[in-house]
Design a protein around this ligand. Structure first.
Ligand code: CAA
Length: 261
């Protein structure tokens, strides 16, 4: 698919990078951009050779500064609801992608931008990253999952403090509260994200996908059922060539060469 507002590239075999590309509007998310993010996630998901996806924003100022306020200004209630649902669909496509997703946050990560980053599996923050859910400044709530994903990530009290004050959080604090996993100097952000993606790409691909599936599905289950799920995916790994190769390579003291079969 040809995209106008995002750039989807395969930067190395199996490693995709999706860049939100509206730098003049600080990569704000309009309807077209939301649709393209959702479509790009499906496109990567359709590639069985995909191993990881890095999501970032164009330019050096913003990851994404939120949903597009110009587009939202004249929306009716019905249109606002549909806009929210559009974002929810796109972000859910991303969240359910079979391979790990890393948000490489290179600047302002506000409102819909923070919600987009939280739809990835984890956030790697540049030391210039600024996070926040400033929707209350505009007289609205978050609409792309912020009230739900932020509370799940950082806990109810911290989420409510951020959501009701609209306070911005710098990278170090984002790590401290569990929103981001690590801070790196801005000029090393993409190298770091790529290094992590390469590490993942060298592991057993079936196991990596099943780990993500187990964590994602398991977190909304009770512990007993979640542990049953883990036993199922663990057992499934034993039917793969990757398992034979991984354990064989360990015992033969050599590096495993996985095929994803
Ligand atoms: N939507 C549309 N345009 C935006 C935008 C947004 N969310 N954020 C920035 N822009 C545009 C600005 O209007 C400006 O355009 P012009 O050059 O045409 O005037 C351009 O991007 C550059 O922005 P600024 O001049 O404001 O840059 P700055 O460095 O002074 O400030 C900023 C940067 C602090 C991020 C500021 O732009 C800002 O506060 N942006 C809005 C952040 C926000 O409120 N986000 C939440 C949106 S609501 C939402 O996301 C709802 C939801 O959950 C679904």
């Amino acid at each position: 698919m040809a995209y106008q507002n995002v750039i989807l590239e395969q930067v190395e075999p199996g490693i995709y990078r999706l860049t939100v590309n509206r730098p003049k509007a600080l990569n704000a998310l309009n309807s077209a951009t939301l649709d393209e993010i959702g479509a790009a996630a499906l496109e990567v998901g359709a590639d069985p050779a995909a191993r990881a996806l890095i999501l970032t924003g164009a330019g050096d100022k913003a990851f994404v500064a939120g949903a597009d306020i110009v587009e939202m200004r004249d929306m009716t209630g019905v249109e606002g609801r549909a806009f929210s649902q559009r974002g929810m669909r796109a972000f859910r496509n991303l969240e359910l992608l079979g391979v790990p997703t890393i948000a490489a946050v290179n600047g302002y990560c506000l409102g819909g931008g923070c919600e987009l980053a939280m739809s990835c599996d984890w956030i790697l923050a540049s030391d210039r990253a600024v996070f926040g859910q400033p929707e209350v400044n505009l007289g609205v709530t978050p609409g792309f999952g912020g009230t739900q994903r932020l509370a799940r990530l950082v806990g109810r009290a911290r989420a409510l403090e951020l959501l009701t004050t609209g306070r911005n959080v710098k990278a170090e604090e984002a790590v401290r509260i569990g929103l981001a996993v690590r801070v790196v100097p801005a000029d090393q952000l993409m190298d770091e994200a790529l290094a992590t993606a390469r590490t993942i790409a060298a592991k057993g691909p079936v196991a990596v996908r099943l780990v993500k599936e187990a964590v994602q599905r398991g977190q909304d289950m009770d512990l007993d059922n979640a542990c049953v799920l883990e036993s199922e995916v663990f057992g499934l790994c034993f039917s793969t060539e990757d398992k034979a190769e991984g354990m064989g390579a360990f015992l033969e003291k050599r590096k495993a060469q996985f095929t994803g079969r």
